[in-house]
Each structure stands twice: as structure tokens, then as C-alpha cells.
Design a protein. Structure first.
Length: 565
């Protein structure tokens, strides 16, 4: 380990990441508290943890490794987990990467901690070659290597060794006290906790717990696709469902009707909302847990994945003082996230913004949000009427489902309010015909609309394993695409062998021009509206998807599975 002549702070200043005054302030704090300079710099937000690690790597002349470039992945065939135990790795944030003869490469945050290095030498009986990584990357990599999965697997296996309870057919005869008692037993609590932890770690949006005649199915929805995981023993189903009901403040005794609820969990110092739903099936109750992790969702328009042209159109539309903006697409296409990002972009202390939603998925500071409650008469239409007496500047309606809500939304847009809403249609032009079909007068639709945007979510290729591919010649010819290398999915440990990691948006944005208003008022069909919109510059969902393929973001196969020409 050869040290650079430059000190850590000097390296950061040389890179333009730190100012001299910030360094002097950090040195004063270090003198007062006696803590490492790197910790003080990151805690005061002078630089990021990655910047500190990169500078330390330069100073000490040792490699910097990260999850992003795939270098923080331990060798799988060397039995490294036996050299450094799970507990020691988690306690000291160290991770073995590879062994070459008697030299063990180990990633750690502070390679200057000689006590930890000496302990590693003693435990592994090897010489240690230190590597540098951020704390966040180390925590995630340790979980992947040693595994929350292994803890869950152990809990699942234990569920089969617990004495079998009452058969599923006899569930109705089980007393309520017995069900509650089993739900509060340690194995059940541990199983539910580990299910939630693993789902959050793997970026799952939903957990499905499904009863069948001879087994339970448990599946995680990750990037829009359901993946099965090892299920617990079938006899634990009543206790599992009851545990979820207790957490969600549902009626444990009610097993004949669907129920909804929710609760909050805390994982790694961040609160995550869980929205739960239970329905009765012929083999018992099925539960779905929706994971609403605000920290994993960006509410910034610039970060959602819009093309530069579409982003400009959207920003131009949402800063207008009045009119109606629709976002369309099927369930799970990211409409709510786009709406929240749009509201977040325009919110200010000078604007009164009110939303009515079913349900309220995320709380946005500075925005008044109302939950629909049809059982007491609080519907979208009734809520909108009340909003108009609240002096709003901007209103958001979760979904237009009927003529009453549609007409109130459009009239509000025509009387000086900016209104956002969603529709379930396959593309942007179809939103116009849908509104007319449910009974809204064409002249109202034509007058009120500013922009209609259709969107879908496509999975992004894993950066660690994507491999070169060729565009089909017919697509190159038809869409005049450049003859350049594209990529396809392969699969690796980083992406759980799916070939994809994360999702991005594809869109078609139809700005309602004077010509389109005239066509809408004349009740032209969706195909004619599409032709005119494309002549005016609208890029279709399919072509937007192909642009993502050409830019190496996703694959042809993924786009074809989501949209068609």
C-alpha cells in the first residue's frame, strides 16, 4: 500500500470537489472531535461518501470497487464465506472478494483501520489486500453474498419442522384465540419480517401470498414481473394472514369479505409504507402487500427517463395556468409517479394544490391530499365539487371513471384551474374517444384539453451483463434507424439472472393543437387523430421504445413485450 504525497483533503480540492474553506472547517471539527476527516466531510455534506472513497483510493494507491461497475462481487467458488464469518463481515463492514494463493482481497470502507486488518489476517489466516468501497455498497453486497435470503430460507425450512397445525379444511373450526395466538408466535413474526426485508432489498413492489389445495405460493413482483420464492409450510397460512391483518388493523374474525389496510415498517433508518389487501379464495385467504418505498422512487421529472423533446413538451404544458392534462396507460404503468413528479415540479408557496386519490400512495409535502371514501359518499365527483370551493390553483383527480367526474374536471379546466387526471386507455389519441364515449360533449373535450400523454414502463438492461445484439433489418428499414450496436439481456448474480435491473419510461405526448381541437369537435376517430398528431411531431410509444433500444437502455424483446406497432 503506497501512499500518495497529497493528503485526502488536497486530493478532493484538486478534483474540484471541495473548497479550501470547507476543508478548513472540517479540520477544525476534526481537531475538536478527533474523528476521521472523511467521516466529517461526508456528515457535513461537503462531499459524498463515494468522493471520499475515490480520493482515499488515489491517496493510498489501492483499488476502489463498487456495485455499479460489478467489481464488488465476491468469487463464488472459493468458499470465501468460510474464511470470514457472516457476523464479522456485517459488524465491521468487510467483504472478501477473491483469494489468490495466500493473499485475500477484502473490500472495506476504512483501509487504514489496522485493528480490523489484523483481525482479518487472524480469522482468515491469510495476508490481506485491502480494497475500498462505500458503506452503502458494502451493506448491499454483504446482504447479497451472505444473504437475507439465507435467513428467509432457514425460516421457511423451519416452518416445515414445526408441529403440523389444524388442516386447512378444518380452518373454520379453529377458535379466534388460537389464530391470534399462532399469529403472535415467534416463527410467524420472524417469517413475515424476513419476507418484508427480502422484498424491500430486492426492490419488489408487491408480495403475493396465495393459497392452493396442497401448498402456498409466495411471489415477489420485481420490475413488473412476478418471481416465485420458496414458500413456507401450508399449515402456517392462517397464522401468516392473521399476522398481516393484525399489522394492518383489519378484522381478524372476518374471513368472508375482502379487506384493505396498511402499516409502516422501518428498514435501515427509513420508513416504508405497506398497503395490504386480503381476499377470500376457495382454499383460504390470499394477501397482497404493496410496498411503497418513497426513497426508491424519484419524483423529479428530469429523472423519470423522458426524452428531451417529450420532457420539454410536458414542462411547457404543466406550467400553464389552466386546462386539462391527462396521463393514460394500464395499471402499473407509472401514471401516479408521473403525476406526483409533475405536481412536485410546479408546487410553490404561491399555489394551492389539492388532490383526490384512491388510494393516496405517497405523501407529498406542500400538497393537500384527500383519500376517496365511497362508503360515506366521498367520491371523485363529490370531492371535486368541494375542491372548487377551496380556492384551488391546481387539482389532481386520481382517475376519471364516469361522466360526472369527467365533466367537472373539464369544466374546472375551462374556468381557470389546472387539472391533472388519468384514464385507462392504450394510447394518447384513444383518450379523446374514451371521453366522448362516456358522454362528454366533443366541444368540451376539444376546449379543455392541453396535452394527453400515454406511457409504459420497460425494464432496463443490467449494466453488469448486457451483451451485444443486432437490430432486426426490417425495423432499421421501416423506422430509418441507425445501423449501430444494440444490446440484449443475459443474466448474472447482480440482476438475479433476469438480465434487467430497474425500469424506465416510454411515452407518446400528444399536444392538443388548434387543428386537433377542430378534429376532436368534429368527432374524428382515434386513427385520424393519431395521424395528425404524428404529422405534428408526436413520437409513438413503439418508436420511443426503439429509441431506448438504440441508446442501449433496453432490448428489442422487452419493448415488443410491452407495446406493439
Amino acid at each position: 500500500m503506497r501512499k500518495s504525497k497529497l493528503k485526502l483533503g488536497e486530493i478532493l480540492i484538486k478534483q474540484g470537489l471541495l473548497t479550501q474553506s470547507q476543508l478548513e472547517e472540517a479540520l477544525r471539527l476534526q481537531k475538536r472531535h478527533g474523528r476521521p476527516i472523511g467521516d466529517i466531510l461526508t456528515e457535513n455534506n461537503f462531499v459524498s461518501e463515494k468522493d471520499v472513497c475515490d480520493a482515499l483510493a488515489r491517496q493510498l494507491d489501492i483499488p476502489f470497487v463498487s456495485l455499479k461497475d460489478g467489481s464488488l462481487v465476491p468469487s463464488q467458488e472459493q468458499g470465501l464465506e468460510k474464511l470470514i464469518p457472516d457476523m464479522f463481515a456485517r459488524q465491521h463492514l468487510v467483504l472478501p472478494i477473491a483469494k489468490h494463493g495466500n493473499l485475500l482481497s477484502v473490500a472495506l470502507f476504512n483501509p487504514l483501520d489496522l485493528l480490523v486488518i489484523d483481525n482479518l489476517k487472524r480469522i482468515a489466516v491469510c495476508e490481506i489486500a485491502p480494497l475500498i468501497a462505500t458503506r452503502a455498497d458494502l451493506r448491499e453486497a454483504i446482504d447479497k453474498f451472505y444473504g437475507k435470503k439465507e435467513m428467509l430460507k432457514e425460516a421457511v425450512e423451519q416452518s416445515y419442522t414445526i408441529e403440523e397445525g389444524i388442516p386447512i379444511e378444518a380452518e373454520e373450526k379453529t377458535s379466534l384465540e388460537d389464530v391470534v395466538s399462532k399469529a403472535e408466535e415467534a416463527p410467524v413474526i420472524k417469517l413475515v419480517n424476513l419476507l418484508l426485508i427480502q422484498a424491500i432489498k430486492e426492490r419488489a413492489s408487491d408480495i403475493h401470498i396465495e393459497p392452493f389445495k396442497q401448498k402456498i405460493n409466495v411471489r415477489f413482483r420485481i420490475d413488473g414481473i412476478l418471481y416465485p420464492i420458496a414458500p413456507p409450510s401450508q399449515h402456517l397460512l392462517p397464522a401468516l394472514i392473521s399476522r398481516i391483518k393484525i399489522l394492518s388493523k383489519m378484522d381478524i374474525a372476518e374471513k368472508r369479505l375482502p379487506q384493505d389496510g396498511g402499516f409502516t415498517v422501518k428498514v435501515e433508518d427509513r420508513s416504508i409504507d405497506i398497503r395490504s389487501s386480503v381476499i377470500p379464495t376457495i382454499f383460504g385467504e390470499k394477501a397482497v402487500l404493496r410496498i411503497l418505498d418513497k426513497g426508491a422512487v424519484s419524483f423529479e421529472l428530469d429523472k423519470l427517463g423522458f426524452s428531451a423533446d417529450d420532457l420539454k413538451k410536458i414542462k411547457d404544458a404543466i406550467i400553464r395556468p389552466y386546462g386539462l392534462i391527462f396521463i393514460t396507460g394500464p395499471t402499473g404503468s407509472g401514471k401516479s409517479t408521473t403525476l406526483y413528479a409533475a405536481l412536485n415540479f410546479i408546487k410553490s408557496p404561491n399555489k394551492n394544490i389539492i388532490t383526490i386519490e384512491d388510494p393516496v400512495e405517497y405523501n407529498i409535502e406542500g400538497i393537500n391530499q384527500v383519500q376517496v371514501k365511497p362508503q360515506i359518499g366521498l367520491t371523485f365527483a363529490n370531492g371535486l365539487r368541494s375542491f372548487l370551493r377551496q380556492d384551488p390553483d391546481v387539482m389532481m383527480v386520481g382517475e376519471v371513471r364516469d361522466i360526472e367526474t369527467a365533466e367537472i374536471s373539464i369544466r374546472a379546466g375551462l374556468t381557470g384551474h389546472l387539472v391533472f387526471s388519468t384514464l385507462h386507455t392504450n394510447d394518447a389519441p384513444s383518450a379523446v374517444t374514451r371521453l366522448i364515449d362516456i358522454g362528454v360533449e366533443p366541444y368540451l373535450v376539444a376546449s379543455g384539453l392541453i396535452v394527453i400523454m400515454a406511457q409504459r414502463l420497460v425494464r432496463k438492461l443490467c449494466l453488469s451483463c448486457k451483451e451485444p445484439a443486432e437490430l432486426p433489418p426490417e425495423l432499421i428499414k421501416k423506422y430509418n434507424l441507425p445501423k449501430k450496436q444494440v444490446f440484449k439481456a443475459k443474466g448474472c448474480q447482480q440482476c438475479h439472472n433476469t438480465g434487467y435491473s430497474g425500469r424506465t419510461i416510454i411515452t407518446e405526448v400528444m399536444m392538443v393543437s388548434a387543428k386537433l381541437r377542430e378534429m376532436i369537435a368534429n368527432k374524428e376517430n382515434a386513427a385520424q387523430l393519431r395521424k395528425q398528431a404524428e404529422e405534428e411531431g408526436m413520437v409513438s410509444l413503439f418508436k420511443c421504445g426503439l429509441e431506448k433500444v438504440v441508446n442501449g437502455v433496453t432490448s428489442v424483446q422487452e419493448v415488443l413485450s410491452i407495446v406493439f406497432e
